[in-house]
Design a protein around this ligand. Sequence first.
Ligand code: G3P
Length: 312
Amino acid sequence: MFTPHFSSAAMFDRKGLMPVVNADRADKLGNPIRHPAAKAPRIFADSATRSEIEPLFRANIINGITTNPSLLKKAGAKSWDQAKGIMKDLCTLLRPHPVSLELTELVEEDMVRQASELSELGDNSVIKVPIGGYRAVNAGADPFTGIKVIRRLWERGIKVNTTLIFNTTQALWAANAGATYVSPFLGRLADYGYKQDKPERKPGNSLYWVEDHKNTKGDQALHNSEYVASGGALKDAGARLIFEIATVFANYQITTEILAASFRNQVQLTECLLAGADILTVPASILATVADHPLSDEGMKAFAEDAKAFGK
Ligand code: G3P
């Protein structure tokens, strides 16, 4: 379980710069009770499936959505027109709350053009731009494609959610380019840790700074056996990354919002809240259980039973 040793004063200062997210119609109508969690972290659904999203939205569990090509495929899209139809429907459903729509083009000019096309699906759309990985798809690609596109979209007044973030420098460069959100994928880091970690290696730097040691000379020893010995790295590498980004963003008063993504379980939700994430985007299957606890079940059964004593 990730437990930060401190929350800096800079973190609290930064929160002061962030938007109020829980002022609703009741506040505007003169509700005498000020909303107690006005700047609470927002919770988004990481889904493109309307039947999952709608009940969560109606229950005020979420006030945003993140989608990606995999989630659109899962939602049934079999053509670009169908994918756009789903994205437009979700923008309409959530309006005015943000809906992240991911670019599928991989070349700068095509990406900027596609961003304009997706922006027209709703004035609450946010364009998702991968930070890197372009050369993994096309060896000749410009490694700075994502950063250039983020900058150009910022210049055009288009909000960007930078996706596939796995270290703090990626997050910083996305922010410097003008991104409104960065999405660190903490679950995939944990997956990587479970699969790749070698506890017998010497302590090194940080597990979440993923490097491929294949064919490298010598022992780079980037796997941190101290964390592995305590079980920490396997569980909380992603949360430690969120804390690192939150600290750096606070140090420099960067207002790009940290949108923690790729959750695998409830514990990671708590860890990211402790670490200072601004937004959590969570699969519907995890959100479905947020009100549950075995002791809540037990307590409710007892209350319901005892209420029978006075006819209720
Ligand atoms: O929002 C990003 C998210 O969809 C990635 O999640 O579960 O594919 O690692 P996952």
